[in-house]
Design a protein around this ligand. Structure first.
Ligand code: ADP
Ligand code: 5GP
Length: 193
């Protein structure tokens, strides 16, 4: 497990399934191999989130300006906020840092990226159950009752989409260490070919 894969990796899955937790472990273990595609969002930062690292936090008017300027590879509305992957965010990782680019995006983003020439690999992180997902989202303490419900509604659609076989691999994040091991296996698989 040493060579960094060249194709971008798109990680998706319901909100609260553990994508950020798994990716933070990956970036901590391999600080020089991977680069996170920092998305733009109009949602408010959570405690501990850093502008320019977790997201570029922006306003709706700025986001709309960027759409008009064709700055995004893909963009979508999720749970009442805008999210988008800029061309610049991917360039920064692939061309400036020269690292494997990792994207964390929703199913609308997955569908859009599939239509581009990014030649990405798609990994879906599933929760053990919707009940567990609800517990994790509640336990994270970041959601209001309304946003919790919106995220659970979106989760149902994400899980249905995963059943269509749209992803290259599905990992169930029940035990974190087990899921992390499987994530690494998937990620480094390409580099071995
Ligand atoms: P996402 O990025 O997919 O929205 P997070 O990484 O923020 O999800 O995880 C949501 C919550 O679930 C966090 O509080 C995190 O600590 C917790 N969590 C992540 N993985 C597991 C796991 N395998 N078992 C139990 N809790 C987990
Ligand atoms: P959160 O608000 O929990 O950080 O993210 C909510 C959802 O938006 C998650 O499913 C996450 O993967 C997705 N997301 C984050 N950035 C982007 C992006 O740039 N584009 C798209 N389409 N979805 C994104």
């Amino acid at each position: 497990m040493s060579t960094a894969p060249s194709r971008p990796i798109v990680v998706s899955g319901p909100s609260g399934t553990g994508k950020s937790t798994l990716l933070k472990k990956l970036f901590a273990e391999y600080p020089d191999k991977f680069g996170f595609s920092v998305s733009h969002t109009t949602r408010k930062p959570r405690p501990g989130e850093v502008d320019g690292k977790d997201y570029y936090f922006t306003t709706v008017s700025m986001f709309q300006k960027l759409i008009q300027q064709n700055a995004f590879v893909e963009h979508a509305q999720f749970s009442g906020n805008f999210y988008g992957t800029s061309i610049q965010a991917i360039k920064e990782v692939a061309e400036v840092m020269k690292r494997t680019c990792i994207l964390d995006i929703d199913m609308q983003g997955v569908k859009s990226v599939k239509k581009t020439d990014l030649n990405a690999r798609f990994l879906f992180i599933a929760p053990p159950s919707v009940e567990d997902l609800k517990k994790r989202l509640t336990g994270r303490g970041t959601e209001t009752p309304e946003s919790l419900q919106k995220r659970l509604d979106a989760a149902t659609a994400e899980l249905e989409y995963a059943k269509t076989g749209a992803h290259d691999r599905v990992i169930v994040n029940d035990d974190l260490e087990k899921a992390y091991k499987e994530l690494k296996e998937f990620i480094f698989e390409e580099a071995k070919k």
